[in-house]
Design a protein around this ligand. Structure first.
Ligand SMILES: *Cc1c(COP(=O)(O)O)cnc(C)c1O
Length: 423
């Protein structure tokens, strides 16, 4: 589908019905698949033949949606996961193990920070966190002999810091490791990190991709560009896997090596697959992704401009505003979305009073939904972080994460206006 525009791909990639087949991607709600002979089934288990046999590994609905997202990001292959958290874990764990080291941006989603700094640490994987604004020298200084990847968000949740993707890609590649990007906030409609040198891209599809707040999910996309054989850091991909009779992923699967290994090892052993029904819903969301993202961005810019001029607002950040420190980087990479962060003048209680006074806008542990919603990260998603960790994540105690939906702009602004009048 490579010649189509991205809005056409949103509708048509991943599934092309043949004569007489359903026009809409069908839900294959079956755990298992039938074969005529044991030998045919055995070949699938040995990875000698490809085909469906058990939905924990592969399912036609899941695969079609994964292929659509791979195409939207400009990658060669993808795998859907049951959550964004699983996608973050798999993206890293697929190429590292106990004794390895990963460099991560400090401005990442609170759940990812916890996964890296607590849970994966227990598995013996060591992380160094660096600020996304770090200079090339500072990034280079963070590398160790056992570093296996660099991880960052293209547009950070909730601090809205735009990553200089090319700078991080250069640093990663000069040390022979891939750059892994969480592209949840901009989505491939606005930003395609692979075009700027990222090797692996992942998403919490729970956010804009699903868009309607129906299904938790994630996806990992491989660009196919990283040469895993250039050094001996990635032996899980470049040496024989005894659990599959000595298959070597890079030899047998070429550009599909990373995603194949993720499916046949991590999905086999850990099993974070989405239900085909959730993938069906995700696909419906993807069909309108382009239209929704356009409206989210228009609306959020209008709301940001309104807030910028309001005397009860102490500060505001949105990469689309010219006053944003990240405006130029945002224009270069397309890293923007419908999320705004801001603070109201006064105490923490003032912020709570403002939030409680909203009528149309709802308080929800969610972001990037078609309905406008907001959240106070310091007391919710980021509450486990110390003050210093909060600062490094770009989250001030008064930060309100405001996720602008696709309602009429005037209605959203009127609701904010009446709530601000009450504080
Ligand atoms: C929400 C989110 C995640 C985690 O995804 P879940 O689907 O909630 O597991 C990861 N990264 C970013 C940027 C997110 O916003």
């Amino acid at each position: 589908m490579n010649n189509f525009h991205i809005n056409t791909k949103c509708l048509h990639s991943g599934y092309t019905p043949k004569n007489g087949e359903p026009r809409v991607l069908p839900i294959t709600q079956s755990t298992t698949f039938k074969y005529d002979s044991s030998e045919a089934m055995g070949d699938l288990f040995d990875l000698k033949a490809s085909g469906y046999f058990y939905t924990r590994l592969q399912n036609p609905t899941n695969d079609a949606v994964a292929a659509k997202i791979a195409d939207l990001e400009g990658g060669v292959a993808a795998v859907l996961t049951s959550s964004g958290q699983a996608a973050s874990f798999y993206s890293v764990f697929n190429i590292c193990g106990a004794g390895d080291h990963i460099i991560s941006s400090s401005a990442i989603y609170g759940g990812t920070f916890n996964l890296f700094s607590v849970t994966m640490k227990k598995l013996g994987i060591d992380f160094t966190f660096i600020h996304p604004d770090a200079s090339q020298e500072e990034i280079n200084a963070a590398f160790k002999e056992n570093t296996k990847a660099v991880f960052a968000e293209s547009l950070s949740n909730p601090s809205l810091i735009v990553l200089d993707i090319e700078k991080f890609a250069k640093a990663a590649h000069s040390h022979g490791v891939p750059l892994i990007i969480d592209n949840t906030f901009p989505t491939p409609v606005n930003c395609r990190p692979i075009e700027f040198g990222a090797d692996i891209v992942l998403h919490s599809t729970t956010k804009y991709m699903d868009g309607h707040g129906t299904s938790v999910g994630g996806v990992v996309v491989d660009s196919g560009n990283f040469d895993w054989t250039q050094n001996d850091k990635f032996q899980g991909l470049t040496t024989p896997d005894e659990s599959y009779h000595g298959i070597t992923y890079t030899d047998t699967f070429g550009k599909g090596a990373y995603i194949t290994k993720m499916v046949v090892q991590l999905m086999r052993d850990l099993g974070s697959i989405p239900s085909p029904h959730n993938s069906f819903l995700l696909n419906i969301g993807l069909e309108t992704l382009f239209l929704r993202i356009q409206r989210h961005c228009e609306n959020s810019l209008a709301v940001a401009k309104y807030l910028e001029g309001h005397d009860k607002v102490s500060w505001i950040d949105h990469p689309g505003l010219e006053s944003s420190k990240y405006h130029d980087l945002s224009k270069k990479y397309g890293a923007t979305c419908g999320v705004i962060s801001f603070g109201v003048k006064g105490s923490r209680e003032t912020a709570v009073k403002f939030m409680d006074a909203l009528k149309l806008v709802s308080i929800a542990t969610h972001v990037a939904d078609c309905r406008t919603c907001l959240l106070h990260p310091a007391s919710t998603t980021h509450r486990q972080l110390s003050d210093e960790q909060l600062r490094n994540a770009g989250v001030t105690p008064d930060l309100i994460r405001f996720s602008v939906g696709i309602e009429h702009t005037d209605d959203i602004i009127a609701d904010i206006d009446q709530a601000l009048a009450q504080i």
